[in-house]
Design a binder for this molecule. Sequence first.
Ligand code: HEC
Length: 177
Amino acid sequence: MVRSAWLLVALAWLTACNPDTVVHKVGWFATMRHQRNIKPYARPIPSVPGTVPVSGAELPVTRETADRLVNPRTRTAESLNRGQWVYQTYCLVCHGEHGLGNGPVSLAGGGPFPGIPSLVDPTRPKMTDGAIYGMIVEAQRMGRGLMPRYGDKIHGNDRWDLVNYVRNLQLNARGNQ
Ligand code: HEC
């Protein structure tokens, strides 16, 4: 009888209050909570004038700037292997395993997505490495609105390794000329 009464009291205590809101009411615990600091979201601190980003921000790639970009990655086996992995992860669904434009979601591959070109068709205008990079990073800014943006998904060396891989697909399609 006494035990179940205690149990009831304990239950009422436990369910009535969230420990986090109660604990700081006890003076001894409160010292951690009440201190001179800026609470989350309390006061946004503007960055110091003249601050330059060391990560996260990048200049937009446009049709005008893309062609001038220099590919910093040599077409080594390591670069191509990585590029292949990135290609198969993001591009194959549309452009197809060998870049013929016949991936599973493309019209040519029986899927619903229209307008996917072959990446290896020698009759299409030849693209510079920078232009391929631009298509990967920001197809819309390149004036090519049909292709989704991948700059937020593919970062760093992966982008140029992918450029190298696309270039390799083209070379293979043309019999390594
Ligand atoms: C959702 C389908 C889709 C995916 C996924 C996709 N693309 Fe595209 N891609 C397109 C379409 C559609 C176009 C034609 C764009 C236009 O003309 O507006 C295109 C055009 C291109 C072109 C220009 C080809 C030319 O000759 O004009 C390149 C290069 C390219 N894509 C590379 C890639 C790479 C690399 C990936 C992987 C990151 C990729 N694409 C992923 C749909 C896709």
